[in-house]
Ligand binder design. Structure first.
Ligand code: GLC
Length: 458
């Protein structure tokens, strides 16, 4: 237990070290950046995860984190995936590349795409864990209108078919940037049609591989495509009615939508505590339609939930065995039969049950790569969703609760053995345990999730 106290203190120290002060709406705010080494701005789903960790040690900081995040909201409701910090140039693409200040307030610079919508979930988590009744009420009152506007924006622009599943238009919106789930769609974007000035810009200015081994990062070709998409959306003036129709990348992502389901439940729950039954019903209904739609993405032939490629009128399932297949657990969208199959796959040593589970891609898949970003390594954030997802099914299957506890314990162990890395090598290949950390060290998400897991298991 003393050991855990030391680990907890280290996690808090990581969050403290990554705290910076910015001025938003003329007011100074403290916010936590993912990493001092490279990710020096505020990312939506990192920030939400960080706030959930912070509430256990510094409630004020947790409130600040989300209040400063929603300050970057566009007037049409979009909450972008990056809120840029002024005076920082260590990240590529730079703030000015997006040309979005016409949509934001007070000259705040942001990206133009979004992230997995974890925000309402974080707000609800803070509501449930903060102890200062007055301050938490003030906090929720402050952020609720932004949460509703964000959810309404997503529903309006990202679900034009009204099918319950939102469409993402850039691999970065999935949070799992270079997952093999996106290979088939990205490969249709012909590199020859990408203008040479875009390629030259990437060649000249891309920064992640200066700090890092390029074997661990997305390939140059993928980067050309990422930036090409941004330039395309900018040419469409960030008009999402057009972007959804014209983007060469458009997907109903099962990870993004599982979070969307849970976020609508969280928002409905918060509205209920304020006695707003009518609005609460609206979001609850959205959660239900998403849950049903997720259940229906199950593919009998592949024994998994599948993302759906909806690019330019397509409707094709993407059957790639990644850890995203476990995400509908988090949304409560699994049937008993699907649950049995998922539990089986989760326990297979040649798929997902590795030394440090759960790898981002099944290890027997032909494009599994233990070093490269979302193509193999284990990430604490996705483990957190799987743990919570298993807990959600605990009454439906014996042993599920035990499985959740075991995965939580192994995730804690992974961080304890190696440190607060961004992601981890999932395989036992004889390398020393303390050499399994990858990406950037002193990573905020990892620290915040560890705090949540320790809190959950105490
Ligand atoms: C990378 C990850 C993304 C994360 C960001 C900041 O781009 O793929 O999920 O939000 O880093 O940590």
């Amino acid at each position: 237990m003393q050991d855990y106290q030391a680990l907890l203190n280290e996690a808090k120290a990581v969050l403290q070290r990554n705290t910076i002060t910015v001025t938003v709406d003329g007011k100074p705010y403290e916010r936590v950046i993912p990493s001092r080494d490279y990710y020096v701005h505020q990312w939506l789903w990192d920030s939400a995860g960080i706030a959930m960790g912070l509430v256990h040690s510094n409630e004020e900081a947790a409130f600040n984190e989300l209040v400063s995040l929603v300050a970057g909201q566009w007037s049409n409701g979009l909450i972008p995936h990056i809120i840029y910090n002024p005076d920082e140039s260590r990240y590529y693409p730079p703030a000015d590349q997006w040309q979005t200040t016409g949509f934001t307030r007070n000259g705040i610079k942001t990206s133009g795409i979004t992230d997995p919508p974890l925000l309402a979930i974080a707000a609800e988590y803070i509501w449930n864990h903060a102890s200062d009744e007055q301050k938490k009420r003030d906090f929720i009152r402050k952020v609720l209108p932004s949460l509703m506007a964000y959810h309404d924006h997503l529903k309006r622009y990202r679900d034009p078919e009204d099918c319950g599943l939102l469409t993402i238009v850039h691999p970065w919106e999935s949070g799992t940037d270079d997952s093999p789930r996106w290979d088939s769609i990205l490969s249709r974007i012909d590199l020859n049609m990408i203008p040479t000035n875009i390629k030259a810009d990437v060649d000249r200015n891309r920064k992640d591989i200066r700090y890092h081994d390029s074997q661990e990062r997305p390939t140059e070709d993928d980067y050309y495509r990422y930036i090409y998409l941004i330039e395309l959306f900018k040419d469409l003036s960030w008009d999402y009615t057009k972007i959804i129709r014209e983007s060469p990348f458009a997907v109903k992502d099962i990870l993004f939508n599982s979070i969307w389901e849970r976020a609508n439940e969280a928002l409905a729950g918060l509205l209920l505590t304020y006695g707003n039954q009518e609005e609460a019903n609206k979001y609850q209904q959205r959660a239900e339609e998403t849950r049903k739609a997720l259940t229906n993405t199950w593919d009998e032939a592949y024994n998994q939930y599948c993302d759906i490629d909806v690019t330019q009128g397509n409707h094709r399932p993407i059957a790639v065995p990644t850890n995203a297949m476990f995400m509908p657990l988090y949304a409560g969208a699994v049937t008993d039969q699907q649950l049995d199959i998922l539990l089986h796959r989760l326990s297979q040593a040649d798929e997902f049950c590795t030394a440090y589970p759960v790898p981002s891609t099944a290890i027997n898949y032909r494009y599994f790569d233990k070093d490269r970003y979302w193509r193999g390594p284990t990430w604490p954030i996705t483990n957190f969703f799987i743990i919570e997802g298993l807990k959600r099914c605990r009454t439906r299957h014996k042993n599920v609760d035990q499985r959740a506890k075991l995965l939580a314990a192994r995730t804690i162990q992974m961080i304890r053995d190696n440190g607060f890395w961004e992601y981890f090598d999932p395989i036992d290949d004889g390398t020393k345990a303390n050499e399994k950390g990858m990406g950037f060290n002193s990573f905020s998400w990892t620290a915040a999730i560890l705090i949540q897991l320790l809190n959950m298991t105490k």
